[in-house]
Design a protein around this ligand. Structure first.
Ligand code: GSH
Length: 216
């Protein structure tokens, strides 16, 4: 029996999500890195773990594996003691998932590395065009996300009340990613405020890309 192993990459925002959840529950894990720009996510070692060839993959102490960051976070939340990452009431859970999915379903998939690379290789986009694409899809969802967080009564110090949830994990992962593409965060004061609050917490701070063993 060994411990948890997280197959991931320092700069991957979906990996950041899982690192935060593991830190939040105080779970120690071995860190296995796959250099995405070098294509290591498509190595046979990774494809054996996950035929999708995407990080993160969480290897459990009993040898089973889990893919898809949102499913992994919910598994961690349901099986590991510690502060909950989803509210106890049904409506609250639906609201948190709704906020989290605005990032996870509407922004991340179309701004993923393989999509940005495809813009370059198949459509001749230069780096400025790729950055414009990235910002367009962030703004398309951050405008309504800001509006919701600003207007909805259930927003507190964090996205939902005064303790962090899966929604804050997704929000912070995206804000960190935005920095590489110069997204203007002054348009999103509520999102920026919540992100700052998250980064004051050890679980979030210790998951930061620059603090990971494979950081460049
Ligand atoms: N929906 C998946 C997305 C996983 C994913 O796309 N991971 C990215 C890194 S953030 C990746 O492995 N990209 C490699 C590539 O695009 O080739 C999840 O939430 O885990």
């Amino acid at each position: 029996m060994h411990g948890f192993t997280l197959h991931n990459y320092f700069r991957s925002s979906t990996s950041f999500r899982v690192r935060v959840a593991l830190n939040f529950k105080g779970i120690e894990y071995a860190y296995q890195s796959y250099h995405l720009r070098k294509g290591e996510q498509r190595s046979s070692a990774m494809l054996d773990l996950s035929p999708q060839g995407l990080v993160p993959v969480l290897e459990l102490p009993d040898g089973r594996t889990l893919t898809q960051s949102m499913a992994i976070i919910e598994w961690i939340d349901e099986t590991c003691p510690g502060p909950p990452l989803l509210p106890s009431d049904v409506y609250g859970r639906a609201r948190v998932r709704s906020l989290a999915q605005m990032v996870a379903c509407e922004i991340h998939p179309i701004n993923n590395l393989r999509v940005l690379k495809e813009l370059e290789t198949s459509f001749g986009a230069d780096s400025a065009t790729v950055a414009t694409w990235f910002r367009k899809w962030v703004d398309t969802t951050f405008v309504p996300l800001e509006k919701r967080l600003e207007a909805e009564e259930l927003t507190g110090l964090f996205c939902h009340g005064d303790t962090p949830t899966m929604a804050d994990i997704c929000l912070s992962a995206q804000v960190i990613n935005n920095k590489r593409f110069s997204v203007d965060m002054t348009q999103y004061p509520t999102i920026a405020r919540i992100h700052e609050r998250c980064m004051d917490l050890e679980a979030f701070n210790n998951a930061k890309p620059e603090l990971q063993p494979d950081a460049e």
